[in-house]
Design a protein around this ligand. Sequence first.
Ligand SMILES: [Zn+2]
Length: 349
Amino acid sequence: MEINIPALLRIKPNALNKIGKYLRKDGFDRVAVYYGEGMKDLVGERVSISLDSSEIRVGHEETVADNLAESVLTSAFKLPRGIEAIVAVGGGKAIDCAKYVAFLSHLPILSVPTSISNDGFASPQSSLVVAGKRKSMKAAIPHGVILDTEIIGASPDRMTFSGIGDLVSKYSAVQDWKLAYHAEGEPVNDFAVMISLQSAENLVNFPNKSIRDLEFLRLVCGALVMSGVAMEVSGSSRPASGSEHLVSHAYDALAKKPALHGIQVGVATMAVTLLQGHPKRDLILSLLEETGFCSYVEANPLEKEAFLRAVDAAPSVKPGYYTVLSDDDARASLVEEIKTSAFWNRFLA
Ligand SMILES: [Zn+2]
């Protein structure tokens, strides 16, 4: 199996101003730029100036409006000849689409997220809507990831909280992977586990867990990149996605108004780690508390009824994917616990 990891990685303030320089250094002359909605107004001028000053030509430019598979396919066929790389500037949707265009066109992609609501910007997968349903499609891991921490810091807080929620899920995902090994002999890739957990540990051990602290933000960004790398190394989503992701996907279909992916995943992580008897659960809870994730969810709680049904529906989201929720009794006991314990009133309404 071939493993690729991003060859170019910059996580620092004002990294956006150097996109042209980074592309030039890697020998690219002509690129296609994909912007998320509103992103051209926000940072387009800085991107243009940077590309111009390094004499990088823009052969195609597009604003991504949706993440329908058909739109992505059309866009890939529209790419003119001579494009050497794709640059994706925006949130999850723009990067998911551009990543798949790059995959279809066999082109390297430079991922430039303007917010970090999930770990998709550095993962080898694209989340696209296929025939009305959201689907995770295999794509290529980005050639480069540029994270401008000042831009990330200026993005809405809920986005960063969502990224933190997606991050803590590495703990429960890895635990589910180990359970799957014991229950069904599914092989665990130790190296992917180490990559996935070690970057999360850096956060837990950082003294000032404030999303206003650019150094803390840098660690969050780095850990989300490593989550993508862990998926590439293992050739599966196991190190980054377990029962908590299944609950979140089920909730997407059941809730009247779904929340951000990582917000749902973070709350679900609190739930499934309880069932797993996870040894790091207290640390996970204190990280969520100290960063302000918990206060955010308290002000914007998830729908209790839909969440309970999502816990119950989780195994049907991905049949054959063994997790702590595969066991009927365990699932019922978690539902009961969430119904009766006052702890959950803070996060579910
Ligand atoms: Zn996720």
